[in-house]
Design a protein. Structure first.
Length: 540
């Protein structure tokens, strides 16, 4: 029974009881106090006429004060009933008619169902699927979120993603993939609910706790992803490559070609040089494909671009040359240098363990005095950073989960020292550019890594780098066949062509008139936004 129906039944019952009681009181008032002898039904008729306002007065005048006061009270009760009962009954009806209701069903088939609206993750997932033209629906238990996303054009189903009834309304039984995007404690229930409806759909789950991997696989998950662990390992690997010249951060594309992201420090011999004088122009075997300027990725920078302190550069060339370059660009710290880590959560503590196993001295700072913490304090307090001797540290790893606090800590750290390499994680893709402008040299976004991993698993994309500041995507030439490079959406979307694979050869410097064949494979690099724009342009 709907709310207005329940209220209508309650109101009818209450009015009936009030009418009966009022009739009894009125009848005995006439008999005992007024000395009249009407029948009970005549008294009831008068009370009903008073309540409905359809006419009364047959018994007037009343001779006693009590009877007059009673009649006045009954007259006033008519208005009270009008102003109380009508809103009470009809308010739910008006609300149902005037208030929009969140969508509760979809007719999509062969789609991707995103079960759960995890903070910070959902937007990136939707961007990844929408950019590639993949039909998708979001199942969320929050009605306001469902309405808001529906107004934005997203297919939404309102309901609890851990209940099979809600998933059934999302047509999960005919979905190609279900991405479990709930909080960790609900993931297993969601996987089981999905498997009640379909045994064929691919189920991809992401969790924080590695110990949940086996139980989720037993429940029916095909793939269990742990983005936080991968993020921590990548941050630790980045720091280790700064300390140990034997550890390279180079990404090999082929036996003769590779990419590396590196930073020009203030003490580097290349600081102040232009790309041309540094030997990074197109005429060299080492080329700068892009760099970060004021927090934004700039593809194919002109040769006269200056290499300023703390500029991060994406460089392509022979692997041996890039490994040599790694030792020249940063002023590499000695192996007895120290790392300060902000945040003792899963990411920060994992980075600490990885680095300490490699023999690197770490100072872990956290607000809570928990296991492994070396200094208790707030890293948004400059005094705490001084107590951690940040000015003498080689690297500062910002691994706290709050974006605003991470930005503030980066600002304070960069003000304290211009030499320390700052490596940071953020929980929002849009915060990356702010973190770089604040002074971070290397920034990774947890939602970006999660979305990239899921895209690799769901869309079967050939993504060569999911855990770096830029994505390297390999696409089949048939999607752009017949077009010259100048006609493709690569340039307009701020992506950059790394190379073209043709007949077993890697063409690293094709000109603008180069025509793409069906059998070619293109390596495209860029930020998440630029590659999403590139994918969107190709699906138009």
């Amino acid at each position: 029974m709907k709310r207005w129906q329940r209220r209508a039944v309650q109101t009818i019952g209450a009015v009936a009881v009030l009418a009966v009681l009022s009739s009894i009181v009125y009848h005995y008032t006439l008999v005992v106090i007024e000395g009249r002898s009407p029948s009970y039904f005549q008294s009831t008729q008068v009370v009903v006429e008073i309540f409905t306002g359809t006419g009364f007065g047959a018994h007037s005048p009343w001779n006693t004060p009590f009877a007059n006061v009673l009649v006045i009270a009954l007259d006033l009760s008519t208005f009270l009933l009008l102003f109380i009962v009508l809103p009470y009954v009809f308010q739910p009806i008006l609300e149902d008619r005037l208030t929009p209701t969140p969508p509760e069903r979809t007719n999509l088939v062969e789609h991707v169902a995103i079960a759960g609206d995890r903070t910070g993750q959902t937007d990136r997932l939707l961007e990844e699927f929408d950019a590639r033209g993949v039909p998708n629906v979001l199942v969320t238990a929050d009605p306001e979120t469902a309405l808001g996303r529906s107004d934005d054009g997203t297919d939404v189903v309102y309901g609890d993603p851990t209940e099979s009834s809600a998933l059934e309304r999302a047509n999960v039984g005919r979905a190609r993939t279900v991405v479990v995007n709930t909080d960790s404690e609900d993931v297993a229930n969601c996987v089981l609910a999905v498997r009640e409806l379909t045994a064929d759909a691919q189920v991809v789950a992401q969790v924080r706790d590695p110990s949940l991997q086996n139980p989720l696989e037993y429940a029916g998950a095909d793939t269990v992803l742990m983005p936080r662990r991968l993020l921590a390992n990548r941050l630790a690997g980045r720091v280790r490559s700064l300390f140990d010249p034997r550890i390279s951060d180079v990404l090999s594309i082929s036996s003769e070609f590779a990419l590396v992201e590196t930073t020009v420090t203030e003490d580097s011999p290349l600081c102040g040089e232009t790309l041309e004088t540094a030997g990074f122009d197109n005429g060299s075997d080492v080329t700068a494909l892009g760099l970060w300027d004021d927090g934004d990725f700039v593809p194919s920078p002109p040769p006269e671009t200056a290499l300023e302190a703390n500029t991060s550069v994406l460089v392509a060339g022979p692997e041996e040359r890039l490994q040599e370059l790694e030792t020249r660009l940063p002023d590499a710290p000695s192996t007895d240098g120290r790392v300060v880590i902000a945040g003792a959560g899963e990411v920060g503590s994992t980075v600490q363990r990885r680095l300490e196993r490699a023999g690197i001295d770490c100072t872990l700072v956290d607000r809570v005095d928990r296991e492994g913490v070396d200094l208790q304090g707030d890293v948004t307090d400059e005094a705490v950073l001084r107590d951690a001797n940040l000015g003498d540290a080689a690297v500062y790893v910002v691994a706290i989960g709050n974006n605003a606090e991470a930005i503030l800590s980066i600002l304070l750290a960069r003000n304290l020292t211009s030499d320390t390499e700052i490596v940071a994680r953020v929980n929002d893709s849009d915060i990356q550019s702010k973190a770089r402008r604040a002074g971070a040299n290397y920034v990774l976004s947890l939602p970006d890594i999660s979305a990239r991993l899921i895209a690799m698993n769901v869309l079967k994309e050939d993504l060569l780098s999911y855990d770096r500041q830029v994505q390297i995507l390999r696409i089949e030439g048939e999607r752009l066949a017949g077009q010259t490079l100048d006609e493709t959406p690569i340039g307009p979307t701020d992506a950059v062509l790394v190379a073209v694979e043709r007949d077993g050869e890697l063409l690293t410097d094709p000109d603008a008139d180069f025509e793409i064949d069906d059998d070619d494979r293109l390596l495209i690099a860029g930020s998440d936004d630029s590659l999403d724009a590139f994918e969107t342009a190709m699906h138009r």
